[in-house]
Design a protein around this ligand. Structure first.
Ligand SMILES: N[C@@H](CCC(=O)N[C@@H](CS)C(=O)NCC(=O)O)C(=O)O
Length: 336
């Protein structure tokens, strides 16, 4: 490798890549504990299976939210077959490395879907992994959110694949170096800021002429792009990155992101498998449409607190009962 710059300008100063890369555990910033250069399961554990044909194993990161929005949109459209169980996969503690999850996605990344209504020759449920593959699978299964017109359909696919190629620069590139890396590296932050500003401008120019990504129709392209670029435009990811990248200036992206944010299914989808932020917006597991009303984290926490207090109350009651019995016994003894 040729290096035009003096090694003392490297980071750390004097650093030169060795001939062969070696794994140094725990030096990769936030998430270093789950990163490793090998794949496969580290523990044996089956995935839970609920009552619906569609079983989702996920977490409410932008990639996870794409699928929960899609499922909630399908249900809102009246597709009862899209009812699903959503199980929480805690990627911080390594749930993605269990044998069950690796069976659903050998790449060990959320989201992963198992369709128990589509058993193949081996009578096994169909696994679907990679968020765009899941969106396309569901769009084709239910005949929804993918334009019928061939030109518009191709445009939806163009933008769906654009998202899959572009978002890693936002998450793994900009987001990582701006928010998660163990030190701030000007070169890396500049490189990825430039690319993300370019991507936002691509979207902005396209959305100046189109209501939605594929034209007139809301589609899986919007569902894939919004959780990344819509949330970036809202300033909701990577600390204060919205101000840093001056996202308010992308007027057409702002118009589009607001239009999508208003959708009921988008609001619901964002809550599913969410285990962080405001407890009223966290539905860590979803097994029924009614769960949005009764199983958000604030409600579960209140119930747990009540249950915790209940035995104490009961113990207090029985203690005071014992005291009264003792007093009565003493009184009775005195009378004697
Ligand atoms: N290209 C994949 C990316 C999925 C992905 O990166 N998932 C992250 C969370 S957003 C993950 O599961 N990370 C866990 C890990 O890397 O071990 C998709 O779109 O489904």
């Amino acid at each position: 490798m040729t290096n035009e710059f003096p090694p003392e300008k490297n980071l750390p100063s004097g650093y030169k890549p060795k001939k062969v890369w070696k794994w140094k555990k725990g030096n990769g910033g936030r998430f270093a504990n789950i990163n490793r250069p090998i794949s496969g399961a580290t523990s044996k554990k089956d995935l839970p299976v609920g009552k619906h044909p569609l079983q989702l194993y996920s977490l409410a990161t932008p990639n996870g939210v794409k699928v929960t929005i899609m499922l909630e949109e399908l249900l809102a459209l009246g597709h009862k077959g899209a009812e699903y169980d959503a199980w929480l996969v805690n990627i911080g503690t390594g749930d993605q490395f269990t044998s069950g999850f690796v069976g659903a996605n050998p790449n060990s990344k959320i989201p992963a879907l198992m369709d128990h209504s589509a058993k193949g020759k081996k009578k096994k449920p169909q696994r679907v992994f990679e968020s765009a593959s899941i969106l396309l699978y569901l769009a084709e299964k239910f005949g929804a959110f993918l334009p019928k017109d061939p030109a518009a359909r191709t445009e939806a696919m163009n933008w769906l694949f654009w998202q899959m190629g572009s978002a890693p620069y936002l998450g793994g590139g900009f987001g990582h170096f701006y928010a998660y890396a163990p030190m701030k590296i000007e070169y890396a932050i500049d490189r990825f800021s430039m690319e993300i500003k370019r991507q936002m401008d691509v979207l902005d120019q396209h959305l100046a002429k189109n209501k939605y990504m594929a034209g007139k129709e809301y589609s899986i392209a919007d569902i894939a792009i919004w959780p990344w670029y819509g949330l970036l435009a809202q300033g909701k990811i990577y600390n204060d990155s919205g101000a840093y990248l001056e996202v308010d200036g992308y007027k057409n992206v702002q118009r589009w992101q607001k239009l999508i944010a208003k959708r009921k299914a988008v609001k619901r989808g964002r809550m599913v498998n969410r285990a962080f932020g405001d407890p009223t917006e966290q539905l860590r597991e979803r097994h029924d449409a009614g769960d949005f009303k009764t199983k958000t984290q604030d409600k579960l926490d209140a119930l747990a607190a009540k249950e915790k207090a209940a035995p104490k109350k009961a113990a207090k009651k029985s203690a005071s009962k014992k005291k009264t019995v003792k007093k009565t016994v003493k009184k009775a003894a005195k009378k004697k």
